[in-house]
Write a protein that binds this ligand. Structure first.
Ligand code: SF4
Length: 362
C-alpha cells in the first residue's frame, strides 16, 4: 500500500476539509474525486467513532452532560492525566456540585479540595471562573468559545473542549495528544503541521452531529494508541488513512525487498543499517534531558508550603522560619512570594525576617 501524493498540509488546509485529502487505502475505479474524497473523510471518522464506542476509556466525568462539571473536569485534566484526574473530579463535584457552590466557597476551601492534584493555580483560577459565571452568566457556564476563553484559567483548548463536550459546538479541541494524532494522520512521519493549520484541521474534522464523541475519541486515540514514541498503528482504527502508518508500512516493504535482493532473511530488523537509514521515515529525534530530582524543584517546594498551610484550620497563620527539604530559607521566602503573587497564599511579613502565611480566605 502506498501513500497517495496529497498536497502539503499548508496548501490543503486552505480547502477547509483536510480529511478529504487523506491517503486512500484503495481507489474505486471510475469514481470521481468529488465522490471519493468525502467518502474517505466519512469512513475515517466512522472508524474512529466506532473504535471509541467499543474501546473508549470509561472515565467518570464522561457520564455527565453538566457544563459546570465538564468545565471542572477539563480544568483538572489540563496538566494531569485524565484517568488520574477522574478520581479527584468525583470528590470535587461532590463537595462543590454547582458553580454557585464553588463561588461561595473560600479559596482556602478550594485549595484543600484540590490537594494532591498539583498545579494549584488551576484551583484558584477555577474558583475565580465560578465567581464570574455566577456574576455575569447567572450561574450557567457560557457556551461560546469566546465567552469560555474569557474565563480565568480557560485557554483555547479548554474553551473548545467545553464547548464541544457540553454544548455540542463543532469545534476541535487541540491538546498535545490531538496534535500528535492529527499531525501524524495528515503530516506523516515528518509530522510538522503549523499550530494554526492544525487548529483549522481539527475544526474541520469534527463531525457536526457528534462533536462530543469525536472529541473524546481523538483524545483517547492519542492517550492509548498514538503514543509519542511507539504508536500502536496495528491496533489503530485510523491506520488505513494515516500517512504516518502508510509511510511506515512502505518503509518495511522497501527494507524487506532490499534484504531479499541481497539474499538475507527478509526481516527488516536484519537489514543493513544503511538501508534502513535511507529508507526509514525520519521521525524526529527525541533527546531526553536529564531532570533534576523532583524534591529540588520549585514545584515541589511550592507544594510542600501549601501542604503546611492546608494542615491548619482556616485563618491561622503559619510561620515559615527555616529550610524545607533541600531548600534554604531564602528560597522558601522567594517561593512564598511567588505563591502570594499567584493568589495562592496570603503573606504577613515580620520584622525578624520570618514570614507568616495562610491560605486565602477571599
Ligand atoms: S495509525 Fe499509528 S500514527 Fe496513525 S493515528 Fe493511529 S496510532 Fe497514530
Amino acid at each position: 500500500m502506498r501513500a497517495s501524493h496529497c498536497p502539503a498540509a499548508v496548501e490543503v488546509v486552505q480547502r477547509r476539509d483536510i480529511l478529504r485529502c487523506m491517503p486512500r487505502p484503495e481507489r474505486t475505479s471510475g469514481a470521481s474525486a468529488a465522490h471519493a474524497e468525502p467518502a474517505v473523510a466519512t469512513a475515517l471518522r466512522d472508524a474512529i467513532l466506532a473504535w471509541y464506542e467499543e474501546r473508549g476509556r470509561p472515565l467518570a466525568f464522561r457520564r455527565t452532560a453538566d457544563p459546570y462539571a465538564i468545565l471542572v473536569a477539563e480544568a483538572m485534566a489540563q496538566q494531569t492525566q485524565a484517568a488520574r484526574a477522574a478520581a479527584y473530579w468525583e470528590r470535587f463535584i461532590a463537595r462543590f456540585p454547582t458553580a454557585d457552590d464553588l463561588a461561595a466557597a473560600s479559596p482556602a476551601d478550594v485549595l484543600r479540595e484540590w490537594a494532591g492534584l498539583g498545579y494549584d493555580r488551576r484551583a484558584v483560577a477555577l474558583w475565580r471562573a465560578a465567581r464570574i459565571i455566577v456574576a455575569r452568566h447567572g450561574g450557567r457556564v457560557p457556551s461560546s468559545v469566546d465567552e469560555l476563553q474569557a474565563l480565568p484559567g480557560v485557554g483555547p483548548y479548554t474553551a473548545r473542549a467545553v464547548a464541544a463536550l457540553a454544548y455540542g459546538v463543532p469545534v476541535g479541541a487541540v491538546d498535545v495528544n490531538v496534535r500528535r494524532v492529527l499531525g501524524r494522520i495528515v503530516g506523516g512521519s515528518a509530522g510538522i503541521v503549523p499550530a494554526a493549520d492544525l487548529q483549522m484541521i481539527a475544526d474541520a474534522a469534527v463531525p457536526a452531529e457528534r462533536p462530543a464523541a469525536w472529541t473524546h475519541a481523538v483524545m483517547d486515540l492519542g492517550a492509548t494508541l498514538c503514543k509519542p514514541r511507539s504508536p500502536h498503528c496495528g491496533d489503530c482504527p485510523a491506520a488505513r488513512w494515516c500517512r504516518f502508518a502508510i509511510e511506515a508500512a512502505d518503509t518495511t516493504t522497501r527494507v524487506s525487498d532490499a534484504a531479499a535482493a541481497r539474499g538475507a532473511d527478509a526481516h527488516p530488523a536484519d537489514a543493513h543499517p544503511a538501508d534502513a537509514r535511507s529508507a526509514a521515515p525520519r521521525a524526529p529525534r527525541i533527546v531526553r534531558e536529564r531532570r533534576a530530582p523532583f524534591a529540588t524543584t520549585n514545584r515541589w517546594l511550592r507544594g510542600r508550603i501549601l501542604d503546611r498551610l492546608r494542615a491548619v484550620e482556616d485563618g491561622r497563620w503559619v510561620d515559615l522560619d527555616g529550610e524545607i527539604g533541600v531548600h534554604d530559607h531564602a528560597r522558601v521566602l522567594l517561593a512564598v512570594q511567588a505563591l502570594s503573587g499567584d493568589g495562592l497564599v496570603e503573606v504577613e511579613p515580620r520584622a525578624d525576617g520570618i514570614v507568616r502565611a495562610r491560605l486565602p480566605l477571599s
